[in-house]
Design a protein around this ligand. Structure first.
Ligand SMILES: [Zn+2]
Length: 475
């Protein structure tokens, strides 16, 4: 059945204007002032914004970590994402050394296919480079439609790759048309500082932050950027948390390198002092990279405003406080890293960014959706409201005020990192390919209705059938 959304204010990365939107067969078929369509379901969006569905470029759903598994899986995680105004997630597919990449990709398909309530895709972790991996990568791109690789520069003896692996991944990505993502922290230095802290009897959560100083992130970010220049490749730095890393990204971009940076809500509004909360509550705020001293927040906001950082990911990686985070009592290195953010990513950027005058409304759409679609080969299928694009639309009330709380959130965890935070603005209804997933704040979606999206190569657009590239995209 056709749907006609009337009276809403369309907001894209470029424009803000009043028009009606007609949806047919899951796509936007017309946009205009005077569309009338007999028989269409009418949706009145008076007083509300119509935003392109948010795209979360950084999630870890159903992911094993440190002897436990993230609490939110593809069902609860994508449901919560939808409530938060996100209609596509790109999750990290972990790989194991010596195993065919295909096996890991199949594992991730099995985790997601009957569960996802919104569309999704995968990034692929590259932990080693050898003849087998190099032989498989072209198929990962052309057949699997996975066009971004993730290299960890931290987590020594777990995920960490050496510089040769990073450099050769950058070279391969250049040849194949993929974007290389890095977790940029100096894992060797952090490993030493961590061991030393434990030897000295420093076991509280705050030492998680103190053993991962901003210099370790700045150094790794700069190193990855230099290697990207040497390889003439392209780099996306995930979860940028501090001034030191922003400086290195800005420096690389000023030289004309293809270096991009993502930050996350937690780094914009929370700070290192949260790790010192009593009764082990500091463990709720253990991320890698860690929360920083408060002054870094202004640097991050300015970087989003002036384009040195371009995107906002959630780094959704949720663990219960009771039974998971508390595995690290008496030893901060055993606290599972990560937090539940997938639901509040869009709202926090709107409330703290747009409402407080730090970024414009159109920048907000670019940062949470459009730019991500362009960087990761989803545009213009996703990431905008335009004729021919998927009808992934968020009907957003910009004036409602509410308080974020674990009592009302939809994630499967027992706490919310932003508990008690007042925000303005809320997604009211959310459509994925023209079907309601959330309607007037009620979940009406279906697990398994989300589709895996094969993405275009870096810098190319995804066309109707999903794979063949049409033309290069201005990123
Ligand atoms: Zn992550």
């Amino acid at each position: 059945m056709k749907k006609l959304i009337k009276n809403g204010l369309i907001v894209t990365a470029a424009d803000t204007y009043k028009a009606n939107v007609l949806i047919e067969n899951g796509k936007i078929s017309a946009i205009g002032e005077h569309i009338e369509e007999e028989g269409a379901e009418i949706i009145d969006a008076k007083g509300r914004y119509l935003l392109p569905g948010g795209i979360d470029p950084h999630t870890h759903l159903d992911m094993p970590f440190g002897g436990t598994v993230t609490k939110d899986d593809f069902e609860t995680g994508t449901k919560a994402a939808a409530f938060g105004g996100t209609t596509t997630v790109i999750d990290f597919c972990l790989t194991s050394k010596g195993e065919p990449l295909k096996n890991s990709i199949d594992t991730w398909h099995n985790k997601s296919k009957d569960k996802a309530c919104i569309d999704y895709s995968f990034h692929l972790m590259v932990g080693e480079i050898n003849d087998d991996v190099l032989a498989e990568l072209p198929q990962v791109i052309s057949e699997e439609g996975i066009t971004s690789f993730k290299v960890f520069m931290a987590y020594k003896n777990v995920f960490q790759a050496d510089d040769e692996t990073l450099f050769r991944t950058l070279l391969a990505a250049k040849d194949l048309g993929a974007l290389v993502m890095v977790h940029a922290e100096n894992g060797d230095v952090i490993d030493y500082l961590t061991k030393k802290a434990l030897e000295d009897g420093n076991t509280d959560p705050i030492y998680h932050a103190l053993t991962r100083p901003p210099e370790a992130e700045g150094e790794a970010t700069g190193r990855a950027a230099q290697l990207t220049g040497l390889a003439d490749s392209q780099l996306y730095v995930v979860h940028v948390s501090c001034s030191n890393a922003v400086e290195k990204i800005a420096e690389a971009r000023n030289k004309g390198l293809n270096v991009w940076g993502e930050t996350c809500p937690q780094y914009l509004v929370l700070d290192q002092s949260y790790l010192e909360r009593p009764n082990f509550e500091g463990a709720k705020y253990v991320w890698s990279p860690p929360l920083r001293e408060k002054w870094h927040q202004d640097i991050l906001w300015n970087a989003l405003k002036n384009g040195q950082l371009q995107t906002l990911g959630s780094d959704q990686c949720s663990f219960d406080f009771n039974g998971q985070k508390d595995l690290g009592r008496g030893d901060f290195t055993k606290i599972p890293n990560g937090g539940p953010i997938i639901e509040d990513r869009v709202s926090i950027l709107f409330s703290e960014g747009v409402k407080k005058g730090r970024i414009t409304l159109n920048q907000f759409v670019d940062i949470t959706s459009t730019r991500i679609a362009k960087l990761f080969g989803l545009f213009p299928k996703k990431g905008t409201i335009a004729v021919g694009s998927d009808a992934d639309i968020v009907i957003f009330d910009p004036s409602v005020e509410r308080v974020i709380s674990a009592e009302s959130h939809h994630m499967a965890v027992d706490y919310n990192a932003f508990e008690g935070m007042k925000v303005t603005g809320e997604p009211v209804s959310v459509l994925s390919r023209g079907e309601f997933v959330v309607k007037e704040k009620q979940f009406v979606g279906k697990p398994g209705s989300g589709q895996f999206i094969k993405r275009a190569k870096y810098g190319e657009e995804v066309c109707e059938q999903g794979r063949e590239s049409l033309q290069s995209t201005q990123i």
